[in-house]
Design a protein around this ligand. Structure first.
Ligand code: PLP
Length: 356
């Protein structure tokens, strides 16, 4: 007999998918893994231009953006599927591949909180595999959990909320072990922040792997979270199926224009990413010196496995005007922001750290 499907509470203002940063005013918003920097002037100009034409429908096929992305990634345009954020793309993907009330979607836990929600929307069954040592995906345990009902496996790399990555060689071995017909989704929302040379680039793994899908976004490194634009890269039959499930005109004109302008300004945006990576390393070191030892992060956030002290730390941050994301009983995720914001979080951490 199949286990009963998990039920989930309805989203409320304190639901994980509603960033706490929206609930209460805070000076520093380090709760939603957003980019702290506003759009570049060239991007803002493209957005203003799109706003002036808002009476018109957007290009339903997002032709210009698809072509620019295809060039940038070195893949045919037919290998791309765009959506309203990468959660939009994931929703289309799960709705088109998961057979309702039959199929399972397998992912690590803790991981991105949208996975259970999107699996529920597709009426699939979530199967969660605990992270292994170092808060890293336990790929062996995940491979062992794949069964006859598994339709989709999601590997979040780097993983939200821990920031950890799986070594590329391990990932390739894992992909090679997947049975035919199991779609593996590599969620690379934070790919641009990865500096570990052992990490794999998902797009490079697509050759010869028809059941692999890489999902990326303009929300994080490119700083366009408010516009809602993300994409999948996959072999044509898979990409076409995702596109077929998409909401017509779901990628609005401002999102298309902003993403095109961001690709044109990519080197400037990626130097901001470099600054954020430097800040990540500085903040991680300072937390380690305080005895709080964050997990090794390759993303734009740090994870403190504080367990029972997580809620207390979150409350202390809120008191100091910093919104962080506390997972009561588990840990705290701190987004890397401006140096000033990170210093404010560090000051709270210093007051909170275990005394020697
Ligand atoms: C792992 C992961 N994937 C996807 C997303 C969704 O990003 P968006 O829908 O803004 O592209 C997020 C956002 O926090 C994330 O952490």
């Amino acid at each position: 007999m199949r286990p009963p499907r998990p039920t989930r509470p309805r989203p409320s203002p304190s639901h994980p998918l509603v960033p706490p940063s929206r609930e209460e005013p805070a000076v520093h918003l380090l709760a939603a893994n957003e980019n702290p920097y506003p759009p570049l002037p060239s991007v803002a100009e493209a957005l203003a231009d799109a706003a002036g034409r808002a009476n018109r429908y957007p290009d339903r096929a997002a032709t210009e953006l698809t072509d620019r992305l295809a060039e940038r990634l070195g893949v045919p345009a037919a290998h791309l599927a765009l959506g309203a954020g990468s959660v939009g793309v994931l929703q289309h993907l799960l709705q088109s591949f998961v057979r309702a009330d039959t199929d399972e979607v397998l992912y690590a836990w803790p991981s991105f909180e949208a996975y259970p929600h999107l699996t529920d929307i597709a009426r699939g069954t979530s199967v969660r595999v605990p992270l292994g040592p170092g808060a890293v995906h336990d790929l062996d345990a995940m491979a062992a959990a794949v069964g006859e009902h598994t339709r989709v496996v999601i590997v979040c790399n780097p993983n939200n909320p821990t920031g950890t990555t799986v070594p590329g060689a391990d990932l390739e071995r894992f992909l090679d072990r997947m049975p035919a017909g199991v779609l593996v989704v590599l969620d690379e929302a934070y790919r641009e922040f990865v500096t570990d040379p052992r990490s794999a680039d998902g797009v490079a793994l697509l050759a010869g792997r028809p059941d692999l899908v890489v999902v990326r976004t303009f929300s994080k490194a490119y700083g366009l979270a408010g516009l809602r634009i993300g994409y999948a890269v996959a072999h044509e039959p898979v990409a076409a199926r995702i596109r077929a499930a998409a909401v017509p005109f779901g990628v609005n004109a401002a999102a298309q224009a902003g993403a095109v302008a961001s690709l044109a300004a990519e080197s400037e945006l990626l130097s901001r990413v470099e600054e954020l990576v430097k800040e990540r390393e500085r903040t991680a070191l300072a937390l380690t010196d305080l005895g709080l030892a964050p997990a090794h992060s390759e993303a734009n956030f740090l994870w403190l496995g504080l367990g029972e002290r997580a809620a207390e730390f979150g409350a202390a941050c809120a008191e100091a005007g910093v919104a962080v994301r506390a997972f009561p009983g588990e840990g705290v995720r701190i987004t890397i922001g401006t140096p000033e914001a990170n210093d404010t979080a560090l000051a709270v951490a210093a007051a909170f750290a275990p005394r020697p």
